[in-house]
Design a protein around this ligand. Structure first.
Ligand code: PMP
Length: 395
């Protein structure tokens, strides 16, 4: 007899990107498909030293169960860093350490979403959030992204016309588009949200990876005082394998999120938290981030330059000042899925854009990752891709 699955699983799909990554495992393919940080930059030796120190100095404690909220010194470190880097006031007791920021999305779904609830996301939107919220059978509404952030008129209209529970946004170097909200758009979003009972979830794993230009304050705490939750992560500034993220939120929301986390995994790995804390205590994170910025900045420059040389003018490409992605829009009517099949034959890969659009649009778009390839491969890969696009245009 077949087993019976829960209804909620009927609308959730396997991550399309994971499927694509299987295709690109072939080492001869130059892949701009993944969303992976560059492993050459993982601070392995310093993390090793931190791990040894934790084992020697607090071995039994680091092996023990611990609080759901997370290791207090690590929460204090994160809170202090917000003040130092972003100028926003966060209390260590408002931080909840999670198993990657991806877990925040799951917990937010558990705490806030009933089946059928409307969630507003960006168009294109982060696939991991689409997948996470889909598990809770949410209904997605979308707001288009412009060069400097969301289309505010559309956001206002969507919120006026629908009862939405949540607006989820990636305000810096968004995945997948690479786009960042300007100060004016941040203020605009805050103004629209003020006085509404919509939760604003601001996900910011890439904000510190800025290669040029000025930092903006987060919308949450920077512009919006209530109904906001800010998510952060060590994945892009240290190492994703540690699975360490956090959320900033206070009051009753926090109490409920802690209960959801308790029910989910009791707490995030004690050992991982202590090692990360030891690492950031002994090695200023700024020094490490500077190395990442320099490397990714050079890779981004190589990609942008190669695009200018090899892509036809009809292909529009974003020019992010940080992060890990560029976003390409081909002329209407062109299919990036068809281009993908051709590109694979030419041993170069990217992620077709349609899965990032819950409304089925975006056929003519695709995402390029620049963090995980060296400059030589970037130039060669973009050259092959450019030739493929020109070929397509001429058909
Ligand atoms: N949010 C966004 C926008 C991301 O791009 C990612 C990583 N792909 C995550 C969250 C999840 O990151 P973490 O490793 O912290 O779970």
């Amino acid at each position: 007899m077949p087993v019976k699955f829960a209804d909620r699983m009927s609308t959730v799909h396997r991550s399309f990107i994971r499927e694509i990554l299987k295709v690109t495992e072939d080492a001869s393919i130059i892949s701009f498909a993944g969303g992976l940080p560059n492993p050459e930059l993982f601070p392995v030796a310093d993390l090793e030293a931190a791990a040894v120190k934790v084992m020697r100095e607090s071995g039994p404690q680091s092996m023990q169960y611990s609080t759901t909220e997370g290791f207090q010194p690590l929460r204090q470190y994160i809170a202090d860093r917000y003040m130092e880097k972003k100028g926003i006031k966060v209390d260590a007791d408002e931080i909840l350490i999670t198993s990657g920021s991806q877990q925040c999305l799951d917990l937010l779904g558990k705490v806030f979403l009933n089946a059928g609830d409307n969630v507003v996301i960006e168009r294109p939107g982060y696939l991991g959030a689409i997948q996470s919220f889909s598990v809770f059978e949410s209904n997605f509404l979308t707001v288009g992204l412009e060069e400097d952030g969301p289309d505010l008129a559309e956001l206002e209209r969507v919120l006026d016309e629908n009862e939405a529970k949540m607006f989820y946004a990636v305000t810096n170097f968004q995945n997948p588009s690479g786009l960042t909200y300007s100060a004016a758009k941040r203020q605009g979003v805050a103004d629209i949200l003020k006085g509404r009972d919509v939760l604003f979830v601001e996900d910011d794993p890439y904000g510190e990876l800025r290669f040029m230009g000025d930092f903006e304050k987060p919308v949450v705490r920077g512009y919006l005082e209530e109904n906001g939750i800010l998510l952060g992560s060590f994945s892009k500034v240290a190492a994703p394998g540690f699975r360490l993220g956090w959320m900033v939120c206070g009051g009753e929301m926090r109490d409920k999120l802690i209960i959801a986390k308790q029910a989910s995994d009791l707490h995030t790995s004690t050992f991982a938290q202590r090692v990360m804390h030891q690492y950031v205590t002994d090695n200023p994170l700024d020094n490490h981030i500077e190395k990442i910025r320099e490397r990714y900045g050079n890779q981004r420059a190589a990609m942008v330059q190669a695009i200018e040389e090899y892509f036809p003018a009809e292909a529009k490409v974003t020019r992010p000042e940080g992060g890990m992605f560029l976003w390409v829009t081909l002329p209407e009517g062109m299919s990036s899925m068809d281009l993908f099949d051709e590109a694979i034959k030419n041993k170069v890969a990217f992620v077709p854009g349609r899965p990032f659009y819950v409304d089925g649009s975006g056929e003519n778009t695709f995402r390029l990752n620049f963090s995980n390839s060296d400059e030589e491969h970037i130039v060669e890969g973009i050259k092959r891709l450019g030739a493929g696009i020109k070929d397509f245009l001429s058909k």
